[in-house]
Design a protein around this ligand. Structure first.
Ligand code: CA
Ligand code: CA
Length: 193
């Protein structure tokens, strides 16, 4: 009996360890390493004054020309860095992309957080869609038209099939210029049991 219960305990421990081990496969998904580890068709700038520009920064209110963006902290710790963007006018412009090795025949979960940064109501909602190897996966994350004081979670479930590599891209499918300004943080891709 003793050896059986010990064996069960060992199995339970191994399962817990595997769960804790489900590590984030995205490099610099929390943006704490600054502007590196990802690709973007947006232009990196020192101050955001136009559409399709971005900054990895700590406070949206400090990085734009308009004086109309909210002051708030990142999702990771409240005092770290986030990706801050002015939504593109051209459809399909990739705001963030990363290519990640994966195992074939495995379920994965993508999670990320977004927040609207603009304070004035232009009635244009940033709408974030994830693509896996070019295919839209999961529902888009529709952010509020104005900053509402919190971060909103987006997710997408994906099975790798025969793929051993995945290029994940995030696109804002709203191409409005007025408003449509937002931030992204804590992008995670994890294997699911
Ligand atoms: Ca962060
Ligand atoms: Ca805008």
């Amino acid at each position: 009996m003793k050896s059986v219960s010990t064996g069960i305990a060992a199995l339970a421990f191994a399962a817990l360890a595997a769960q804790a081990d489900a590590k984030n496969l995205v490099v610099n998904g929390n943006f704490e390493q600054g502007n590196q580890g990802f690709s973007s068709e947006y232009t990196p700038v020192d101050e955001i004054c136009a559409e399709q520009e971005y900054i990895v920064g700590a406070d949206p209110s400090l990085v734009n020309c308009y004086g109309d963006w909210a002051s708030f902290g990142d999702h990771t710790t409240g005092s770290g860095l986030m990706l801050i963007l002015n939504g593109a006018l051209s459809p399909g412009a990739v705001l963030w992309s990363q290519t990640i090795p994966v195992q074939a025949g495995t379920n994965y979960m993508l999670k990320y957080f977004g927040a609207t940064v603009v304070k004035s109501d232009f009635a244009n909602a940033p709408t974030i869609q994830a693509y896996f190897n070019g295919t839209a996966v999961g529902k888009p994350l529709v952010l509020p038209v104005t900053y509402d004081g919190r971060w909103h979670g987006g997710k997408a479930r994906w099975n790798s099939g025969s793929a051993t590599s995945v290029t994940i891209t995030l696109v804002d499918t709203d191409t409005a210029g007025a408003g449509n300004d937002f931030a992204i943080d804590d992008i995670k891709l994890m294997a699911r049991p």
